[in-house]
Structures are given as C-alpha cells and as structure tokens.
Design a protein around this ligand. Structure first.
Ligand code: BES
Ligand code: ZN
Ligand code: ZN
Length: 492
C-alpha cells in the first residue's frame, strides 16, 4: 500500500473511488466545487440521505459520467464536535470500504485547513487508513484483506508529504506491535520475541542484547528467574538501544511486560478467557514497536527499550506462594500469589534500566492488573507516576493521539499496603483494595528518584467485550501506547 499526494483538481482524477468529507447537514463535499453536472442530482440526494452524520459513509456510483468510478461521501458530523480522532476514525472506515470493494487504489480529498489543520488531517488520514487495513490473518489459509494505494489531494504539498511519511512509520510501528502481540502462545515465547527484536536491530542498525536464563540468574534478576523457572520456554531480557543523540546524553528508557502466556502459575487462573492471556505480552510488544519506529524515524535522541519476557506456567519447577525472592536491586519480595508475576519481572527490568543507563525518564507499559479494567474499563489506560511534569506531558500526548489515559494516585499509604512480615515487600496488596495502585507501588520500590511513569494497559491492549469500536482497531491487539509515546518522544 502506497500513499502519495496530489495537488491537481480532484475532479480530473481517474480513480476507482474519490472520497470526500461532509459536515453535518451540509450539501457540499469539502474540497470539491464542481463535480460533473451530470451526476450532481444523485450526489445531492445521497448528501441529503446521509446528513453528514459522523462515521457514516455512502458510496455513489457515477456510471462513467465522471473520471472517478465512484464517489464516497464520508460524514464527519458537526464542525464544533470534530475531535482529534474524527478524521482518523472516518478514514479507517473509508479504507475498509475500499478493501471490501477490492479496489486497487482510491483517492481522498483533504478537508480545508480552516476546518482542520492540514498536517494533522493528513496524518490522521494516513494513520486511520494504514491501521484499519491491518488484519491478523497469519493463520488463515485464505486471506481477505487487500491493501489499496491511496492518493491524498492537498492544496499545498510542502510539509504534508513529510507528515505523511512520518505517520506511515508510526502506523507501521503500531501494526508491528499488533502483529506480534496477536501471535498465539505456541508460536511466540520469550525466545521468539528475542529473535524478532534482533530482526529489528539488524534491519535498522541499532544495538540488541539478549540475556539468557543463565545470565539472568548470574546477574541477579531474581524476579525474572523466579517467574520463568516453571516453563521449559526459557526467560529472556531483551534490550534495544537507539542512539540518535550524543554519546553522553541520558536516554529515555522504555520497559514493557512480555509474559508470552500467563496461566497464573501455581495460583492458577480460572479457565474462562484464559486464552486472552496470550495478550499478556502486549507491554513488551509496544516497546518493540516503538523502538522500530524510533529507529526508522531516526529521532535525534537516545532511547533504550527493555523487555523482560517469561512464560508463567505451573509445574514442578515453578515458583510458589510463600517463596521469598531477591530482586535485581537487592530488595526481597514475599510471593503470596504467583499470578502477580508482572510486577516481579518489571521490578528487575526497571532497576536494571535505572542502574545501567541513568536515564532522563523511565516509562513502563504492562497488562498488569485486572483491577485496572474494574476501575477504568476497556478504553482508558491507568497512569501512575512520581513526577508531575512527566505526567502532564503524557496527558498532552494522550489528547493529541486519542490514546486515553487517567491518572491514579500513589502515596505512602499505598506503599504501606505492600509491606511484608517476612521480606521487604509482598507481591500483592490487601484484598482487592486499589489493586492497580498496589501493583504500581511495587514497581515504585524498584527505582530510586528517576522521573517514572507506569502505564497499565490491561483494559486497552486488546479489544474486549466493552471496547468502543474503532475501525482502525479491528479485533485483537490494539498496539496501545505506540502512538502515544511516539508523540511524546517526537515532541521532546
Ligand atoms: N496479566 C494479569 C492481569 C490481567 C488480567 C490483565 C486480566 C488483563 C486482563 C496479571 O498478571 C494478574 O494476573 N494480576 C492479578 C494480580 C492479583 C493476583 C494481585 C490480577 O489482576 O488479578
Ligand atoms: Zn498474572
Ligand atoms: Zn500477567
């Protein structure tokens, strides 16, 4: 699928489908003044029928009376109600329609800049179309999805083509994340993720280091070692380093939980929906997708991605409730539930990231707690931080990308809830109280003073029953966090 821009008159373009946006109750296609007079009556009728309702699309055949074989009208609703996501959402619908019609190419007219700033509109069209055309079909004998080429009609091309290129790389990062997060657990274990990471590193000329089970044990990664010991698929710690800034510049460290399957271990999960725990690697997959895009965008900063990866299985070698383990930073943890495994592997990775890289900022992503879904549902991620400025920046990126976040508090009272009688901490809180926060309290103990933000993506990492429909998030992994953090990194 290629995206290119054109500055000619859209009415003169020979295309399989010409798509234009329509405001609520408007009788005009934005950006077109003179569609061939021979078909204006059928267009006018269609405009009346659809009323420019946001998200509604209608395809009008032109019976060879214009250069375009069809005209697609895409409603974007009331002018005042247009959000950062409107064009992205509607473009996703358009692209899926084109794929359904098996078109080889189609054209979209950029809405005028007085309505939506052109760079932003072009970026949203690119993201919406690209992301909506991804479908997880790796294991289907017959593939359905096609990937038509797109022409975008603009009035001025400078800067816009750069923005489109940029959005293409961002969207490909999201798609990469989705495509590995969707892999079933028999096809993706920690070693598979390490191989995928090495693939990115080789292609994009960045550094990749992988610690094996023995190295992890020797170096004192007690959390990763304990959680990983119950599976014959050995644990790994994957590190990717992008050096776009100067050598002595402090990096941003990104850490992502990658439990390739979470059975709960000896504290076995109930069977219902256990299959969904293949998505317990989404945090790590998000980090890999971001690192891929960061290196392709050649961002002029230093970024390190750290992915602790394990399979959490019950068995004769598994760690148990009652065990006391020593984490990378030397603190001890009493295990009271082997299903609270994410915080153990993340604590090791966070402590290692801070010690080894003295980073400017640490950001972690994890499908960490079921409690996060209870608190915020399946459309908003929880954020918990030790730094207000960082929190504000992530909120700003959230507003721009429409990857929604909501802040939860973390004070001493919560830190006290994970105190253990026999070790420095325990790996669960008190009953069901504030489960998302007590998990974050455990992570907080892993770092010293570096500005840090934790993003619990348990509700948003894949589509669940209550997930709001978005054409660019078809069933399965959503790649949540990739656009959010790339926005944050690009604004630095
Ligand atoms: N991976 C799960 C969290 C999860 C559950 C994410 C459902 C998305 C959907 C995590 O490892 C876990 O099992 N957490 C426990 C913690 C509890 C034992 C303190 C949970 O949330 O129940
Ligand atoms: Zn678990
Ligand atoms: Zn888990």
């Amino acid at each position: 699928m290629k995206i290119k821009i054109e500055t000619t008159n859209p009415s003169r373009k020979k295309t399989e489908m010409l798509c234009g946006f329509v405001l609520e109750n408007s009788e005009k296609i934005l950006g077109i003044n003179n569609i061939s007079s021979k078909i204006t009556s059928s267009i006018r009728q269609s405009l009346k029928d659809m009323k420019g309702e946001s998200g509604k699309i209608i395809v009008v055949p032109t019976n060879n009376k214009t250069q375009a074989k069809r005209i697609l009208l895409a409603g974007i609703g009331k002018k005042e109600k247009i959000t950062n996501d409107t064009i992205r959402f509607v473009s996703g619908k358009i692209a899926q329609k084109a794929s359904e019609l098996k078109l080889k190419e189609f054209s979209i007219i950029l809405p005028p800049s007085y309505l939506i700033e052109s760079i932003s509109a072009a970026s949203q069209i690119t993201e919406g179309c690209k992301m909506a055309l991804y479908k997880f079909e790796k294991f289907k004998s017959k593939k359905e999805q096609s990937s038509p080429d797109i022409s975008i009609f603009v009035s001025k091309s400078n800067k816009i083509s750069k923005a489109i290129k940029n959005s293409e790389i961002v969207s490909e990062g999201v798609i990469f994340t989705k495509s590995i997060a969707n892999l079933p657990p028999n096809e993706c274990n920690p070693t598979t993720l390490a191989t995928l990471a090495k693939g990115i590193a080789k292609k994009n000329k960045i550094k990749c280091t992988v610690f094996s089970k023995n190295e992890l044990k020797k170096k004192g990664f007690g959390g990763i070692t304990a959680v990983g010991q119950g599976s014959k698929n050995e644990p790994k710690l994957i590190i990717l380093e992008h050096q776009g800034g100067s050598r002595n510049e402090k990096p941003i460290v990104l850490v992502g939980k990658a439990v390739t399957f979470d059975t709960g271990g000896i504290s076995l999960k109930p069977g219902e929906k256990m299959d969904e725990m293949k998505f317990d690697k989404c945090g790590g997959c998000t980090v890999l997708g971001i690192m891929k895009a960061v290196s392709e965008l050649k961002l002029p900063i230093n970024v390190v991605g750290i992915v602790p990866s394990v399979e959490n299985m019950p068995g004769g070698d598994s760690y148990r409730p009652g065990d006391i383990i020593k984490l990378y930073n030397g603190k001890t943890a009493e295990i009271l539930n082997t299903d609270a495994e994410g915080r153990l592997i993340l604590a090791d990775a966070l402590a290692f990231g801070e010690k080894k890289y003295s980073p400017k900022t640490i950001i972690d992503f994890a499908t960490l707690t079921g409690a996060c879904i209870v608190a915020l549902g399946t459309n908003v991620a929880a954020i918990i931080s030790n730094n207000e400025r960082l929190t504000q920046k992530i909120k700003d990126s959230s507003r721009r990308t429409t990857e929604e976040v909501w802040e939860l508090p973390l004070n001493e009272d919560y830190m006290n809830m994970i105190k253990s009688d026999v070790a420095d901490m325990k790996n669960i809180g008190i009953g069901r109280a504030a489960g998302t926060i007590t998990a974050a309290a455990f992570l907080r103990n892993a770092i010293e003073e570096t500005p840090w933000i934790h993003i619990d993506i348990a509700g948003v990492a894949w589509t669940q029953v209550a997930t709001k429909f978005k054409p660019y998030n078809p069933k399965g992994a959503t790649g949540f966090g990739v656009r959010l953090i790339l926005d944050y990194l690009q604004k630095m």
